[in-house]
Design a protein around this ligand. Structure first.
Ligand code: MRU
Length: 344
């Protein structure tokens, strides 16, 4: 990936947000330069910036831009602007809790300290913390990967999905740095192909051997004994450890349970929503039919008379998982008590 960061703030309170446009990868490495909150909301909605932690980091800066645009003249108008902008940004996508979590942090900081400088400091703190959370997840998870293992992963959970090394991919990167000559199978991740486009790109850039497989092939590869461990991320984890992640994750968990392959969800503490008792309460984003009915801009379904179902996420029951790898340690077995003990 060279030196281009996934997310960067350039300048001080008069600065701008720069994001790699992930919709253009791997064909082109384009950087979006954004100065308006609506442009960041649009980037989040169309997945130019994506992945739960990355969305949270971008949201912090989006609120700085949005409040700045409103030019508040006193503390009262500043506070009102801050809470309204935070609510708008939080509504950009429903499933990743990191988005609402970051917006809540900015709103509370703006309430306490109604200045743009304070908001920018909070956004920068979220950004820096995410780098550290990724490092800790990598260190906690790396020992779980057997030497020379084949790791199967889903969607993109790497440097493009966070401000640091990633969640599940941070574990892979850390194991590789420690000398584990593993290999990776990346599910292509229909319909938007985050695995084929983004995960394969990140791993190939590091020289880590990677094969892309269709999502439908993954359970068969698990059944054939070709997978030693499955590592995925999460967009929101409920208090009992049920985890929402990219559509297709649940099928992997069922296949792993059937064939005795360990599967771990790797997620930072910022992805837990302890206010929800279980995964049935996690809001799941339904996205546009066109994402399913077209591929690379070309219609692949009949031109008329065909609808589509496009839930972007599914929920994997915590009981199907070998554990939850977090920045605070590995939670296993996955139970409400153990989640509370590590994160409460
Ligand atoms: O729709 P996306 O691409 O934002 O979905 C991303 C995922 O599902 C990731 O697995 C998840 O955010 C966790 S890892 C950063």
């Amino acid at each position: 990936m060279g030196m281009t960061p996934t997310i960067a703030w350039q300048g001080d309170i008069d600065g701008r947000l720069e994001l790699i446009d992930q919709t253009r990868l791997p064909a082109e490495l384009c950087v979006l330069r954004l100065e308006r909150v609506d442009d960041v909301i649009d980037a989040i909605r169309r997945l130019a910036v994506r992945g739960a932690p990355a969305i949270g980091v971008a949201a912090g800066y989006a609120i700085v831009l949005g409040v700045r645009e409103r030019v508040p003249t006193d503390a009262t108008t500043f506070r009102r602007a801050c809470s309204e902008v935070a609510a708008r940004v939080a509504a950009a996508r429903p499933t990743a809790i990191n988005l609402g979590w970051a917006c809540g942090r900015l709103a509370r900081r703006g309430e306490r300290e109604p200045t743009l400088g304070a908001l920018l400091a909070e956004a920068r703190a979220i950004h820096a913390e995410d780098v550290a959370l990724c490092r800790a997840m990598g260190e906690n998870g790396a020992p779980l990967i057997p030497d020379r293992a084949t790791v199967l992963t889903h969607c993109n959970t790497g440097r493009l999905a966070t401000a640091g090394d990633g969640t599940a991919l941070a574990v892979v990167f850390e194991a590789w740095r420690r000398g584990n000559r593993l290999r990776v199978i990346a599910d292509e991740t229909r319909p938007l192909l985050q695995g084929a486009r983004l995960t394969a790109w990140e791993l190939a850039a590091e020289g880590i051997p990677v094969d892309v497989a269709t999502d439908g092939a993954a359970p068969a590869l698990i059944a054939r004994g070709e997978v030693d461990i499955v590592l995925v991320g999460a967009d929101r984890i409920a208090a009992n450890g049920d985890a929402a992640n990219k559509i297709g994750t649940y099928a992997l968990a069922l296949a792993c349970r059937e064939h005795g392959v360990p599967m771990y969800v790797v997620a930072p503490s910022s992805s837990f929503d302890l206010s929800l008792p279980d995964g049935a309460h996690i809001p799941i984003e339904d996205r546009a039919a066109d994402e399913v009915l077209t591929l690379g801009g070309q219609r692949i379904a009949p031109p008329a008379g065909v609808g589509a179902r496009n839930p972007a996420f599914d929920v994997t029951p915590g009981r199907l998982l070998g554990g939850l790898v977090t920045d605070r340690g590995v939670i296993r077995p996955v139970t409400t008590e153990n989640v509370k003990r590590v994160l409460g």
